[in-house]
Write a protein that binds this ligand. Structure first.
Ligand code: SAM
Length: 254
């Protein structure tokens, strides 16, 4: 299995570098032999690469997320945390996630499922799956424990296996066919969650869940507002976007 190192620039930018005994181009850093360069660099120590000093950090979830490869829009910590807690996901669960996309949510799920959990990911687009699977491969070599992972290629409504899932999360453009295919694959007491950027999508999710016999428990959005210290002392909300990510909906099989 490949090994990875996390390096942080003084300005905060994170790079995730594969440890390879070969001259390889590393995006944003240039061409170097990472095995030789990092052989004597421990966690907390600095290394000079080109003109940049970088500090080697432990490969924890926030660093893997900050340095992840990206293609499709990702789910961030704010919403991932709500999925994990409201779905009650933890050690040993069987969880289905569609679509995988860049694997932003998958990284958070993999961190809490433990070695007895099982994460199934589904993605129809090869070019998205390639990025999501790369991010999961990095995580599997960095996290102290990692669940069993199965990846299915295709639309979730076509490829969902005949299993009883503890939780199913759908982040895809057309939820209705996915919900009707997934509802019968939920274990009794299991929950489904939908991530819907627009209110019209949210309403369709609600209707599709009820049509499939699921009990909608909660729908809404989560607001996050960052605060910082001012130059004269005291604290206030920082300037910047107070934006919308997506609406979340949770429904239970009873
Ligand atoms: C916004 S991305 C998911 C991002 C992912 N949650 C993350 O945090 O990185 C949506 C993905 O759903 C995939 N998709 C679209 N329809 C799908 C379906 N019916 N079943 C499974 N995946 C689907 C798309 O190809 C796309 O990669």
């Amino acid at each position: 299995m490949a090994e990875w190192a996390v390096l942080q620039e003084n300005e905060g930018r994170i790079h995730i570098v594969e440890i390879k005994d070969d001259m390889v181009k590393n995006k944003g850093l240039g061409v170097f032999n990472s095995a030789t360069l990092l052989a004597d660099i421990s966690i907390g120590e600095e290394v000079l690469i080109g003109q940049k000093y970088l500090t080697r950090l432990p490969a924890r979830l926030p660093e893997l997320v900050a340095g992840m490869a990206r293609r499709a829009q990702t789910i961030s910590a704010k919403d991932a945390g709500a999925f994990i807690t409201r779905l009650g996901i933890g050690e040993g669960d069987l969880v289905l996630e569609a679509g995988l996309g860049s694997g932003g949510l998958s990284l958070h799920l993999a961190r809490v499922l433990g070695s007895n959990g099982h994460l199934m990911t589904v993605e129809p687009r090869e070019e998205h799956a390639e990025i999501g699977l790369l991010n999961l491969e990095r995580a599997s070599s960095c996290f102290p424990s990692f669940p069993k992972h199965t990846h299915l290629s295709g639309m979730v409504e076509d490829v969902i296996p005949d299993e009883k899932f503890d939780a199913i999360i759908l982040d895809l453009p057309d939820h209705t066919p996915a919900i009707s295919a997934c509802a019968e694959r939920l274990a009794f007491g299991g929950r489904i969650a939908c991530y819907a950027p627009s209110s019209s999508q949210l309403e369709k999710c609600w209707i599709a869940c009820e049509d499939s016999g699921l009990n909608v428990e909660w729908a809404g959005e989560l607001m996050e507002r960052e605060w910082g210290r001012t130059s004269r002392g005291g604290m206030r909300p920082v300037n910047g976007p107070f934006g919308h990510t997506a609406f979340l909906l949770f429904a239970k099989k009873v």
